[in-house]
Design a protein around this ligand. Structure first.
Ligand SMILES: C[S@@+](CC[C@H](N)C(=O)[O-])C[C@H]1O[C@@H](n2cnc3c(N)ncnc32)[C@H](O)[C@@H]1O
Length: 345
């Protein structure tokens, strides 16, 4: 296993190949977008002539991401789109026409579903700027544009993928508190799939940093703070009333003693039997899901295969998680190391 809590100067696919199967809890990443920026480094992704080659390359990387995450793991992939520009007026295909919005993020997401078998749980819209058509109020900010024949692009995609249908997801960590606490004693609302992560001004010499709120959201929801040192099962504490497990619970098949899944709400007796014999324990209104190893816990590992200036790593460290990062550009790695060292242990 590669050294954790380090940003490695390595090409993304080479780095991924060094990681064992099922070893990472959460991946949060933002690859270069097609034909947008030059990161001044050999073997960089994003400057392929044909956008289809770019799509295929990112899908190849996602295949490796799927291999390295645990069955309980989560993958959060941020991608922006591009418009087709060509120096010649001969269009290569209907898709590759002048001015065409290429829908690259969605082409990648569809291939991840169809070819890799990844499960897309959310197609989150990262809103940078939002305009209320009625009040004429505008929130947030975006890159200024000189474009006059279409709307400015003020949002990007953040895809949330998993590799199995039983995965770690901590909704309580990302709920929106209700304005009036008296109305309900619930911990808050599900934040929904349209989220504003405001752009953060930075003096760092990196041209495409994402705001810290983005990896923070993904890690809080998708990376366990405690994983068993022996068997790697994440420990998850959830409110009993919010538990998806109480609706689709696994129960012991009395005849052969095996655990089987039921696609229905378990009866009180089944839930009680399950709780007594398995790894679910209850504390007041909580359900604690974990293993029975009693071997102690490590923090989850967050991987960013395009670490850039280290934003994912500094957030992971702040939240008490372990991280691994890759980037080709040694100047960015220097920036990342400096930013990471500024976060206290
Ligand atoms: C969009 S930036 C990531 C920015 C990062 N999220 C941050 O907040 O700083 C993409 C990064 O991918 C790196 N990169 C490009 N091609 C790469 C490759 N083939 N292998 C590893 N890193 C690569 C670039 O150097 C750049 O830092």
């Amino acid at each position: 296993m590669m050294q954790v809590n380090k940003v490695h100067q390595i090409e993304v696919l080479e780095g991924l190949k060094e990681l064992p199967d099922n070893s990472i809890d959460c991946i949060v990443t933002s690859p270069p977008y097609w034909n947008l920026r030059d990161y001044n480094v050999k073997d960089q992704i994003g400057l392929e002539k044909d956008p289809e080659d770019f799509v295929n390359k990112i899908v190849e990387i996602m295949k490796e991401c799927k291999r390295v995450i645990k069955p309980t793991g989560t993958i959060w992939l941020n991608l922006g789109d591009s418009y087709f520009k060509s120096n010649s007026n001969n269009c290569k295909s209907n898709w590759l026409q002048q001015k065409q919005r290429l829908l690259i993020p969605f082409r990648i997401a569809i291939k991840c579903q169809n070819e890799l078998g990844l499960i897309l749980r959310n197609d989150i819209t990262w809103v940078k700027q939002l305009w209320n058509c009625k009040t004429k109020e505008s929130f947030g900010s975006s890159m200024p544009t000189g474009v006059k024949d279409r709307l400015n692009t003020t949002s990007e995609s953040l895809f949330f993928f998993v590799k199995s249908n039983k995965y770690y997801f901590n909704l309580d960590n990302i709920r929106i508190p209700y304005r009036d606490k008296k109305i309900t004693n619930s911990q808050g609302k599900n934040p929904g799939d349209c989220i504003m992560f405001p752009l953060e001004p930075s003096r760092e010499k990196h041209i495409a940093m994402f705001p810290k709120t983005l990896p923070e959201f993904c890690i809080k929801a998708g990376c366990p703070k405690q994983i068993c040192k022996k068997c790697s099962t994440p420990k998850l504490i959830i409110k009993k009333s919010d538990s998806p497990y109480s609706f689709n619970i696994r129960v012991r098949d009395v005849k052969n003693g095996r655990i089987k899944s039921l696609d229905r709400k378990a009866s009180l007796k089944e839930t009680k039997d399950y709780n007594e014999k398995n790894y679910v324990s209850k504390k007041e209104d909580q359900i604690i899901l974990s293993c029975n190893c009693k071997a102690g816990f490590n923090s989850g590992i967050v991987l960013d295969p395009f670490m850039g200036s280290g934003t994912t790593a500094i957030v992971a460290k702040k939240l008490g998680m372990n991280f691994i990062g890759f980037d080709l550009n040694k100047n960015y790695i220097k920036i990342a190391n400096r930013r990471i060292s500024q976060i206290g242990n």
